[in-house]
Structures are given as structure tokens and as C-alpha cells.
Design a protein around this ligand. Structure first.
Ligand code: ADP
Length: 393
């Protein structure tokens, strides 16, 4: 009697149809063997996520919420992007997961830099903040793009491994857009494109040689691999809403980047969904935009959000002043009319939350100079009149 052909114990394919490896009591075919390698890698990834103290996206966002007011969409997108980034770094799967570099678009003072600073603190990874306008193509006067990694290495206290898992935030990226577009006046010339090109490889992931040591004699070259560095680029992109609006509805007249009233916020978020196409139209080369797959938009802050920024975050401006006064034994309070005044004045400056501190800083210094002279004061309330200098301390 003819012996039964051996077959794969997993899929049943016979030895006549595929190569088989024979074990003590079972066989496995080539396809099932390679599938199982991938399945094991995925199981290891799941195990890693279960055992590792990775913060989940909702946990990252909950931490961000303690410091950053509003910008819900951007906080959510960043939390997921960062989570995926660190999953990608640790993954053993053969599936090549694309880097989740991010483009942050939002007006000045809306929290872009602050978001990155807070994220790096939460994740305990080094963060280098650089200004795109200071960067130049190789061979020109200014900072080479490699200087970004020198900064990151400094932030990582010289630890290359730590730097290789850090975050780079390139601010004012919109200033290296390379062509003039309608509605945008802050254009730079073609040299912007040169910087975009110089950044391509680094952002995508490559080995970059950088100099360390600050004296001419002690300079030494080290290699930094940027494969696992998260790059986030940010800018105000003045006029990009007009581009998006035109794309969505070419017949309508555009209305620009305006500070919304509280009731307008929802409309603002959904009306102008900005796409990669719009960023290219703004003046970026497609190769550059392609390396920033995630776009997060931050909205101009409303009056209510500015007031919340004063009061609510863990280290809000008011909480910081209260802590300073407490050390002098004084309980500091802010009257609602003082808060409204600060917000109104900050709104006029059109620099977002950055305006809040500048409105009161000088006057608070006067108060901090005068108050410690008066030993009997236990409670002190800041009012609009005091801030306007119409009432003395
Ligand atoms: P951008 O980078 O968008 O120009 P920043 O992040 O530098 O603005 O904001 C300036 C300062 O304003 C921050 O350091 C922070 O104190 C405050 N700030 C800005 N946006 C927010 C926000 N959404 N929530 C809390 N504080 C904020």
C-alpha cells in the first residue's frame, strides 16, 4: 500500500506541493513557517505593550490636559502620533511602520511649542527646539541642519542612545516655504527650498555625522541615527486657510485667519480642514510634506480659553504668582474684573497666550516690590484698578 504523503500540520498542504520541515510529531510548510515568524513578532509586540509602561494615547492626553487648555484635536492627534512612534521603535514586526512626524499649524501663542515641551516632559525624552529661519543649506552662512542634532545631543546630556529617541521641534517652518502664494506676504526666496531639501534625509531617518566638543582641538565626530527621532515642525502658516477654503469652494471669497468668538470655534475647526495638498500649495516641496504624514491644527485661543490659561493649568501664571506671595505669608487673590481685564488686553496684542503675562508682568513687579514692606497684610486682591495703576498697593 502506498504511504500517505506527509502534510503540513497547520494548513494541510502536502510535501508534493511545498517544502516541509518535519518535527517529532508534526510538519510545517514554508508558508506557515514564515507566517508563524510574523505571528510571533506580533505576539511579542502585544506582550511588550502589555508589560511596558507605555502611556496610552488617552493617558498622554490626560497629562497634556493638566497643562494645555483647549486645542483638543491637536492634543488627541499628537497623543496618538507619539504613541505610534514609540510602538514603532519597539516593534519586532517585519511590517515597516512609517514614521509619524507631525506638522503643527496654528497662530502664534496658541501653544505649539508648549505642547512639545510638555510632551517631552511627560515622556521623559530630550527635546531640541530650533528655529527654521536660522537654518541654511550646506555651504551658506548660518547654521547647517546638522546643528539640530548637536542641540538634541546636548539636551540628552551627551547620551547618544537617549538623543536617538528624542524629539526635535522645528519652529517657524512656514518661513522656509519657497514660493509666493496669494494671501501670504512673509515669503522667503528659493533658499527656503534648499533648507527643505537639506532636512529631507534627516527627517526621514538617516545616519548623520555631527561634531561634538566646543573647542577647535577637542572636536570629535559622532554618528547619530535619526530613524527613531520624532520630528515635529510648526508654524503659523498665515494664509493657508485661504488656500484650503479656495480648494474646498473655489467660488467663495476667503475670510482669512481671524480670532473666533467662543461660538465660532466649532465652525473654525471643521471649516478649513488643511491637507498636505494645501501645504504644498503654500510653498513646500512634496517630498518634504510627505515626510510629515500627520497634520494637527491649533485654533486661535478664545477669550474663555485665555481666562482658563490664567487660572486652570497646574502651573498657571496666577498659581505661580500665588506661590511667590505665599512665601511672604500673603494670600493673593485675583478679582474677576482683573482676569477679564488681562484677557481683553492680551486679545488686543494678537499674540495669543503669550500676551497674558506681558500685560501684568510689569505691574506685578511693582506690587512684589511694595507688598513685602507691609508686614500686616495677610490677604491681597488684585483688581482691574490696581492693574491699571488707578489704585495703589
Ligand atoms: P506658539 O509656539 O504656538 O507660538 P507657545 O507654545 O510658545 O506658542 O505659547 C507661549 C506661552 O503661552 C506658553 O509658554 C504657555 O505658557 C502659554 N500657552 C499658549 N497656549 C497655551 C494653551 N493652549 N494652554 C496653556 N498655556 C498656553
Amino acid at each position: 500500500m502506498k504511504a500517505m504523503p506527509k502534510c503540513c500540520s497547520f494548513c494541510g498542504i502536502t510535501e508534493e506541493e511545498s517544502l516541509l520541515i518535519e518535527g517529532v510529531k508534526a510538519c510545517i510548510c514554508k508558508d506557515c513557517a514564515s507566517l508563524s515568524v510574523e505571528a510571533f513578532a506580533e505576539m511579542e509586540d502585544v506582550q511588550l505593550l502589555q508589560n511596558h509602561t507605555f502611556l496610552k494615547p488617552h493617558e498622554i492626553k490626560a497629562e497634556l490636559d493638566k497643562y494645555i487648555i483647549g486645542q483638543e484635536e491637536a492634543k488627541k492627534i499628537l497623543s496618538v502620533a507619539v504613541y505610534n512612534h514609540y510602538k514603532r521603535i519597539h516593534s519586532k514586526s517585519k511590517v515597516e511602520i512609517q514614521k509619524s512626524n507631525v506638522l503643527l499649524i496654528g497662530p502664534t501663542g496658541s501653544g505649539k511649542t508648549y505642547l512639545m515641551q510638555t510632551l517631552s516632559k511627560i515622556l521623559n525624552v530630550p527635546l531640541a527646539i530650533v528655529d527654521a529661519t536660522s537654518l541654511t543649506e550646506a555651504g551658506y552662512v548660518g547654521e547647517d541642519v546638522e546643528s539640530i542634532l548637536e542641540k538634541l545631543l546636548q539636551k540628552a546630556d551627551g547620551d547618544i542612545k537617549k538623543a536617538e529617541r528624542g524629539i526635535v521641534y522645528i519652529d517657524e517652518i512656514d518661513k522656509i516655504a519657497s514660493k509666493t502664494t496669494e494671501g501670504r506676504k512673509d515669503t522667503r526666496d528659493i533658499s527656503g527650498q534648499g533648507v527643505q531639501e537639506a532636512l529631507l534625509k534627516m527627517i526621514e531617518g538617516s545616519e548623520v555625522a555631527i561634531d561634538i566638543g566646543n573647542s577647535h582641538w577637542k572636536k570629535q565626530k559622532v554618528i547619530i541615527n535619526t530613524k527613531n527621532i520624532l520630528f515635529v515642525c510648526g508654524g503659523a502658516f498665515v494664509g493657508i486657510q485661504d488656500i484650503a477654503k479656495k480648494r474646498l469652494d473655489p467660488n467663495k471669497k476667503s475670510i482669512g485667519f481671524t480670532v473666533p468668538s467662543d461660538s465660532d470655534v466649532q465652525k473654525n475647526q471643521t471649516d478649513y480642514e488643511i491637507t498636505h495638498e494645501d501645504v504644498i500649495e503654500f510653498g513646500f516641496i512634496p517630498e518634504f510634506v510627505g515626510r510629515l504624514p500627520v497634520i494637527a491644527v491649533l485654533n486661535p485661543l478664545t477669550k474663555k480659553e485665555l481666562a482658563d490659561i490664567l487660572v486652570k493649568p497646574k502651573n498657571s501664571i496666577i498659581k505661580q504668582y500665588q506661590a511667590l506671595f505665599r512665601m511672604d505669608g500673603v494670600r493673593l487673590k485675583f478679582h474677576q474684573n482683573a482676569i477679564d481685564f488681562i484677557v481683553e488686553e492680551a486679545m488686543k496684542k494678537k499674540i495669543g497666550a503669550r500676551g497674558l503675562k506681558s500685560v501684568i508682568e510689569k505691574r506685578m513687579y511693582d506690587i512684589m516690590f511694595e507688598l513685602p514692606k507691609q508686614k500686616d497684610i495677610k490677604t491681597f486682591t488684585i483688581t482691574k484698578e490696581i492693574l491699571m495703576n488707578k489704585s495703589s498697593v
